[in-house]
Write a protein of this length. Structure first.
Length: 618
């Protein structure tokens, strides 16, 4: 095994643990050399307008009504010129004016706020005009689109698409539908890149940005920074704070460094420039002396070295919770479920306990001479597993372990299947209806199974996540939208099925949420659990599925958007058709609307489709 990271602080500890775990030597190797050079700086402003805004806010709090100060300020950058720099040595830092014009910051309840996206766009416009490829990192997916759209209005348009880009654009149009709008304007000088985009939209954005004559700016979210290989000459980090659980949370240093690492990439660019727009706003005095806050923010992106992340074992906190009796926490329930995966019921608990005793948490406990205390935590875990085995039936526990989904919700689905075992659905669409009805009628199971995505159903069916509770009409719209998805309808028609007027489909926000946040994640996993339960119950009842192939492929069909095993088989044999809508249309053009092949496994359906493709006929 070769484990690579530029950020770990406890690499030697991991090597020692792997040596003990495997009985073979593991070597930790560290070298401070970097394959590319970066100039890293933090955006600062002259102190005078910053002080004026702070005085204004203070006076407002005291009930006064002073004149509103100007929010137009000139942006500078405080650059650190080397990693091991000294605040007190002028030659180690440099204060550089970034723009000849001013930018606008904002006035918040506590003082000046950075207006980071707007400032980032102004800086990106300057770097793009100078011919520099630039990445802006914003903190929310919708900021990515709005910032790119506003910036594109100020940059030159791009002419022409390559052959591969024309193919991607045609795929986007096919999938979205003629009345929908893509999040990508292929002629724009600035493009978004986020998790709300179709894969073809992201690929088109990447292709346009990578071209020397293509878009100069791409606006992305930090969650994509780790997997993004789009080398830039300038990386602008629009803020170091994000909204999380209804509060403002600082980005961790490794997140900032990950984003900063997109500027200058080995094999592509030898040098890069990184600019952080910090929150709160920081300034410098009349003689260029930066405030302490400016240096603190600069240190966050220019530490003595990039090793800022300690890898610890999450088992440590989970075992602490179990020992304290907190078994209801979602992460504890997930852990208890997954600990049994991959083993027979008799051996599952023992295998799980053996894994825990060989974990990094156990190794760390022994290193600090707390082996006895760790053993007590393992005993608490053993008792929790035994109690769970007594409380829930074997099949529900097994499927919970296999899927990682809470066993209580699995048990609820199991009870619902028991009631209708003699008349289970036989089509993919009917199973979709069954799943949505289950979620609609069991609030507790719905909230457990959907977790943090529970409110997504509201966004999909009503356009917002606000209260009150979901209505039967909204669940009906959800079923209609899901039926349109598996039925091969383009996104604009799915949007209408979800209750959006045809004239207002826009960029298909609701259908994007349905597909990217529900069907691709939660509904897929719920379907995995449901079909496993259904298969076991049919065997136990001595019954056979009317359409066995449907049970085999249901989760994949929901994720990929197929409404029959025949279409799934056709898609499997025709990977060159890269859109869901195109596959549905090609199937109908070739085979029409054939009757389902009842009583057959998916292997048999696949063989039959192969024969039809080879020899014709339906």
């Amino acid at each position: 095994l070769l484990l690579l990271s530029a950020m770990l602080t406890n690499g030697q500890e991991l090597a020692d643990w792997l040596t003990e775990l495997t009985g073979r030597a593991a070597r930790y190797y560290h070298h401070p050399w970097k394959p590319s050079r970066q100039a890293r700086g933090v955006v600062v402003y002259p102190s005078q307008p910053i002080n004026a805004i702070e005085a204004y806010v203070s006076a407002k709090k005291r009930g006064r009504n002073p004149p509103k100060p100007s929010v137009a300020v000139v942006p500078y950058a405080l650059f650190g010129l080397q990693n091991n720099w000294n605040r007190g040595r002028p030659e180690d830092t440099s204060l550089v004016r970034l723009l000849t014009d001013t930018v606008s910051i904002s006035i918040g309840t506590k003082g000046p706020t950075p207006n980071a996206n707007t400032v980032a766009a102004a800086l990106a416009e300057r770097s793009a005009t100078a011919g520099l490829k630039t990445i802006i990192f914003v903190q929310q997916a919708d900021y990515s689109c709005s910032t790119a759209r506003k910036l594109a209005l100020r940059l030159p348009r791009i002419d022409g698409l390559t052959a591969s880009e024309l193919v991607l654009q045609a795929e986007i149009t096919t999938e979205l539908g003629p009345t929908a709008q893509s999040l990508i304007d292929a002629a724009a000088g600035a493009l978004p890149h986020n998790g709300d985009m179709l894969s073809s939209e992201r690929r088109l954005a990447e292709s346009l940005y990578q071209r020397s004559d293509g878009a100069k700016v791409i606006v992305a979210t930090p969650t994509l920074a780790q997997g993004m290989n789009l080398p830039a000459q300038v990386a602008i980090l629009a803020g170091n704070v994000r909204n999380e659980d209804k509060k403002r949370t600082d980005l961790k240093q490794h997140e900032l460094l990950n984003a900063a690492g997109r500027a200058g990439r080995a094999g592509h660019l030898a040098n890069g420039t990184v600019l952080l727009i910090p929150e709160p706003v920081v300034g410098f005095g009349a003689h260029g002396a930066a405030s302490p806050g400016a240096f603190e923010k600069l240190e966050s992106i220019l530490p003595p070295n990039d090793q800022c992340l300690r890898v610890d074992d999450p088992l440590a906190e989970l075992l602490d919770s179990i020992q304290l009796g907190d078994l209801a926490a979602p992460e504890v329930r997930y852990f208890l479920s997954r600990l049994r995966a991959g083993e027979t019921d008799e051996a599952a608990a023992d295998a799980g306990l053996a894994m825990v005793r060989g974990s990094l948490a156990a190794f760390q406990a022994r290193a600090r001479a707390d082996a006895a205390g760790f053993d007590q935590k393992v005993l608490s875990l053993q008792a929790a597993l035994a109690a769970e085995a007594e409380e829930f039936d074997v099949e529900a526990t097994r499927i919970s372990a296999f899927t990682g989904m809470p066993v209580t919700a699995i048990q609820s689905a199991s009870a619902r299947l028991d009631v209708g075992i003699a008349g289970l659905p036989s089509t993919i669409n009917d199973w979709c209806v069954w799943i949505i009805d289950f979620l609609a009628e069991d609030d507790e199971a719905r909230n457990i199974l959907l977790g943090v995505d529970a409110d997504i159903i509201k966004a999909v069916s009503r356009g917002k996540k606000s209260e009150p509770a979901l209505t039967p009409a909204e669940f009906a719209r959800l079923k209609a939208g899901l039926s349109a998805w598996v039925g091969g309808k383009p996104f604009d028609e799915i949007e209408v099925a979800l209750g959006v007027p045809a004239a207002s489909v826009g960029t298909c926000i609701r259908s994007r949420d349905l597909v990217l946040k529900l069907t691709n994640r939660r509904l897929y996993m719920i379907a995995v659990a449901v079909v496993e339960l259904a298969k076991g119950k049919l065997v136990a009842a001595g019954l056979e599925a009317v359409n066995p192939a449907v049970l085999e492929i249901l989760p994949v069909a929901i994720r990929r958007g197929w409404d029959s095993p025949e279409k799934a088989a056709f898609a499997h044999r025709n990977p060159s058709i890269r859109t869901r809508v195109g596959t549905h249309r090609a199937f109908v053009a070739r085979f029409g609307h054939p009757n389902p092949m009842l009583g057959r496994t998916f292997r048999e359906v696949l063989d039959q489709v192969d024969a039809q493709i080879a020899f014709g006929g339906v």
